[in-house]
Design a protein around this ligand. Structure first.
Ligand SMILES: [Zn+2]
Length: 303
């Protein structure tokens, strides 16, 4: 059985054919911001899907599974809000348009929620029923799975773990609130602290971690940042009581210097019954998480 999968991001669109086991049989990437979004992403997605299916000689589809950036109303399968400034994106009716064109059931889910489902389907949270995923990147994203179901909330935008406040007198956030977790625990926040405190003009996350062992002040800033990351995770663990916490984002590749340290802090500071058997692991799926998770939602999610 062939499923069409789309992973729609702010800069690129990935289109793939997957089988029901989540194997990616063919895939291609296409830019979506080639004309500064004057061509709406929805139009690009439809046009490129047609080309992709022709090129791969696929004429029968079992279903269409879409993972998309921004706030997605999962029932309507449309974009109801954007995290960034993507022109002509809000209001895109992916479900309606794809069902009209291909006449097969189409599901749409937010990319952070599809990432956690990808880990449940084929990644490091396989066979786990209660999972919290926190992705550390430019912002902080995430997804929550309870009793094997992703927490979509009323519209499908639940599990926005970057925007619970850890300090009501803290830094003003782009979401309108103050002191959001993302303002402290994102890679952007770490880089900002390093630049300000060490008077460095240009540095990225990878370079920061390369310098930890030779630069004491760098190490101290990173340690403080890891404490912020860990304390947010402790709050999530107390709320959702997961069996496993999956950490995503490029920094999760730093096992010794990051994941293990977060784990130690969570175990040390969380309530005993919540943390004694808790596992903390890096995400496994990387770039395919969105496609694989969207397919899992398509097959196993609410019909
Ligand atoms: Zn916020």
């Amino acid at each position: 059985m062939n499923y069409l999968g789309l992973d729609i991001g702010g800069t690129a669109l990935k289109i793939a054919i997957l089988d029901e086991a989540g194997n990616i049989i063919a895939s291609s990437n296409y830019p979506v911001n080639f004309d500064n979004y004057n061509t709406p992403i929805l139009n690009t997605a439809i046009e490129k899907s047609e080309i992709f299916l022709l090129e791969n000689k696929i004429d029968k589809l079992e279903g269409i599974a879409i993972s998309a950036t921004g706030q997605i109303d999962v029932k309507k399968g449309m974009v109801v809000g954007t995290g960034g400034n993507i022109k002509n994106y809000q209001g895109s009716k992916f479900k309606e348009e794809f069902e009209k064109k291909y006449n097969v059931r189409t599901t749409v889910i937010n990319d952070a929620n599809s990432a956690v489902l990808g880990e449940v389907f084929l990644g490091n949270a396989k066979n786990y029923k209660n999972v919290v995923m926190v992705t550390i990147g430019t912002g902080v994203g995430g997804g929550i799975v309870t009793n094997s179901k992703v927490l979509n909330g009323t519209l499908g935008i639940g599990g926005e773990v970057g925007h619970f406040s850890i300090n009501n007198k803290g830094i003003k956030c782009s979401c309108g609130n103050r002191g959001c977790y993302e303002r402290y625990a994102s890679m952007t926040a770490l880089i900002k602290r390093v630049k300000e405190e060490l008077n460095i003009e240009n540095i990225n996350g990878k370079e920061i971690f390369e310098q930890i062992n030779i630069n004491e002040s760098m190490k101290n800033i990173v340690d403080e940042w890891i404490e912020d990351v860990a304390h947010g995770i402790i709050s999530l663990v107390h709320i959702f009581n997961p069996e496993i916490v999956i950490i995503g984002g490029a920094v999760s590749e730093q096992k010794e210097l990051f994941v293990n340290k977060v784990e130690a802090l969570v175990k040390e500071n969380g309530m005993e019954n919540f943390v004694k058997n808790l596992e903390i692991e890096a995400a496994k799926l990387k770039n395919d998480a969105g496609l694989v998770g969207a397919l899992y939602y398509h097959i196993k999610g609410e019909k």
